[in-house]
Design a protein around this ligand. Structure first.
Ligand code: ADP
Length: 250
């Protein structure tokens, strides 16, 4: 199992935002995490990526517990994420933004900083090659010197995902990647996410666009008031009474 959340619980004062959630993610999966607003989806992402320390429970990544570790440790272990709102460095170029995402892979050795060592040079060459290949794969190489804020919205969102991929993750957490996109951009995003899967990267996605979730994910987990109320294939989820009730509020 690549990732396993075991009895994950997060309390904020009297509010239980995540309530004993168990979730398994296998290598190669595209798992959708859905649920009404406030049901705990982002909180789970924040726990997995190390921004929140859960009240109780474990997050096993390749078998070891990463819950309560620092975000940089978790990124280095192989988990990358994007956020609901665009968090690019607006005045930096496409290339520079991706370089930032690569940063966790650089070894920090004082010796290397003082004397530009051959190992450091080799690492830089590899990094540049890797970033370039990502840009080519996602057809953004011609935009590498564009300033991020000048890109159309859909491309800014893509750039954020590419920046997350620059850390060479095994698992990527996508938080509402289709938010604010038009239908054409959403369709394009779908192909984009499939390419990420084809790179051998496992995907956990929070998304409100049901068409995207149902077409993309092989499995979907549904949250309501912090509890997992259903899990299964898109077809199972679409016909699940409890899920329909949670969404329609009946
Ligand atoms: P979702 O992503 O499903 O919309 P969230 O995980 O953002 O839901 O929020 C779940 C619940 O936890 C909400 O009631 C929200 O107000 C609360 N919450 C999230 N983060 C915090 C925080 N840092 N402090 C207090 N309450 C929070």
């Amino acid at each position: 199992m690549l990732l396993e959340c075991v009895n994950l619980t997060m309390k904020f004062g009297g509010l239980t935002a995540v309530d004993h959630v168990n979730l398994k993610v296998q290598a190669g999966d595209i798992i959708g995490l859905i649920g009404p607003n406030g049901s705990g989806k982002t909180t789970i992402f924040n726990i997995i990526s190390g921004l929140y320390k859960p009240t109780t429970g474990q997050v096993l990544f390749e078998g070891s517990d990463i819950a309560r570790r620092r975000p940089d440790f978790i990124t280095k272990a192989g988990v990358a994420r994007t956020f609901q709102n665009i968090r690019l460095f607006a005045d930096m170029t496409v290339w520079e933004n991706i370089q930032v995402g690569r940063h966790c892979r650089y070894r920090q050795v004082l010796w290397d900083d003082m004397f530009h060592t051959s190992r450091q040079a080799a690492e830089e060459r590899y990094a540049n090659q890797y970033i370039y290949e990502l840009l080519v794969l996602f057809r953004m190489d011609h935009l590498k010197d564009e300033i991020a804020k000048n890109l159309p919205y859909g491309l800014q969102r893509k750039l954020e995902i590419i920046r997350a991929l620059a850390s060479e993750p095994k698992l990527v957490l996508l938080d509402e990647p289709a938010a604010g996109m038009n239908p054409h951009e959403t369709k394009d995003l779908m192909d984009f996410i499939l390419k990420i899967r084809d790179m051998g990267i496992t995907i956990l996605v929070v998304e409100h666009d049901m068409k995207l979730v149902m077409n993309l994910c092989n499995r979907i987990a549904v949250l309501n008031y912090g509890k997992k109320i259903a899990e299964g294939s898109p077809r199972d989820i679409q016909s699940n009474e409890e899920v329909i009730k949670a969404y329609l509020g009946k």
